[in-house]
Design a protein around this ligand. Structure first.
Ligand SMILES: NC(=O)c1ccc[n+]([C@@H]2O[C@H](COP(=O)([O-])OP(=O)(O)OC[C@H]3O[C@@H](n4cnc5c(N)ncnc54)[C@H](O)[C@@H]3O)[C@@H](O)[C@H]2O)c1
Length: 308
């Protein structure tokens, strides 16, 4: 039987997740949104692309949750995106209300599912969804690091004029302005970029990565990025459904790792059919550890504002 994915929030990111999921024939998809007609319309439109793109996955849209019953994975993109000049943290209270409601609805109907959170401010929303769901930490995670490192990889490939396929990169920390791109662990065909680029070019690329979301928001003006975020979520879906045991940076629950306890923050994890199967600890320099600690402290501040 084909797997079943629910995507809550049929906006830009949600629709991209649905599109890439069926294009890779990973699962049937249920799209849910509060706006009447939108999830139904987008699901039908994507279903009708099936004959051309040659997928048989079924897509259904709904304004309720009954169709989401027994989903293997639930992706939550519901909420409000940033407008120019806003930080992700400005969305905290508005989106917390949405996440409380949506999480309650989905876990009732899919008690064995894995939750992938996307709504910003990401790390705090994952913590909230985990609390509301009552799920194990293994089955609740957030997407951010894959997107941030894809941006980092894009900029490195642009700078060195090499294939993006040759570039690996790691970004740790919360999905915000304090995220921690790690040049030492970022390589081109296995060679650390610290050996290929001067420090000032690396610093400029790191800064562009940190500002990667804002760069798109400022260009689009009516919302945030969605193609790369959608692709990043689908990489997680694929790793889980195919039990790939893939190491990817995700927002995961830390229970002492990296010196952080009881908090969701972006770290490398092993993703497989059970969800987050392991948090991978890598050695950080004192400077990197300090930057990570600062990023985690920023996430904790938001979590405390929500009284979690
Ligand atoms: N984690 C990341 O890396 C990342 C990347 C991109 C976007 N985001 C975040 O993802 C979220 C969605 O972004 P977008 O560009 O798709 O926004 P969007 O406005 O296009 O879509 C959001 C959708 O959520 C729906 N919605 C609102 N309240 C709802 C509810 N209670 N139940 C069901 N649906 C509801 C809206 O009707 C809308 O269609 C934002 O919070 C954005 O900041 C996160």
């Amino acid at each position: 039987m084909r797997a079943k994915i629910t995507v809550v929030g049929a906006g830009n990111v949600g629709a991209s997740v649905a599109q890439y999921t069926v294009e890779k024939e990973l699962a049937d998809v249920v799209l849910v949104d509060v706006i009447e007609g939108v999830p139904q319309g987008k699901a039908l439109d994507l279903f009708e692309a099936g004959p051309i793109h040659r997928y048989d996955c079924r897509l259904v849209g709904s304004n309720g949750y009954d169709e989401t019953m027994n989903s293997d994975i639930v992706v939550v993109t519901a909420g409000f995106p940033r407008k120019p000049g806003m930080t992700r943290d400005d969305l905290l209270f508005k989106n917390a209300e949405v996440i409380r409601e949506v999480t309650g609805q989905v876990v009732k109907r899919s008690p064995n599912s894995i939750l992938i959170m996307v709504t910003n401010p990401l790390d705090a929303m994952v913590q909230l969804a985990w609390k509301v769901s009552g799920f194990s930490t293994q089955r609740v995670m957030g997407m951010a690091g894959i997107l941030d490192s894809a941006r980092f990889r894009t900029f490195i490939a642009m700078e060195l004029q090499v294939s993006v396929e040759n570039v690996t990169a790691f970004v740790l920390g919360g999905h915000g302005d304090t995220m921690v791109p790690l040049p030492r662990y970022s390589t081109v065909a296995g060679i650390p970029i610290t050996e290929l680029l001067p420090k000032e070019r690396i610093d400029a690329i790191v800064q562009r990565t940190r500002d990667g979301g804002a760069e798109i928001v400022n260009l689009l003006k009516f919302g945030g990025a969605y193609y790369a975020p959608g692709a990043a979520v689908v990489e997680m879906i694929e790793a889980i459904l195919k039990d790939k045991k893939k190491i990817l940076p995700c927002a995961a629950y830390l229970d002492g790792q990296y010196g952080v306890k009881g908090l969701y923050v972006g770290v490398p994890v092993k993703l497989g059919r059970s969800g987050v199967e392991q948090v991978i600890e890598i050695k950080l320099t004192p400077e990197e550890q300090a930057a990570f600690g600062k990023s985690a402290a920023g996430v904790r501040e938001l979590v405390e504002k929500l009284k979690l």
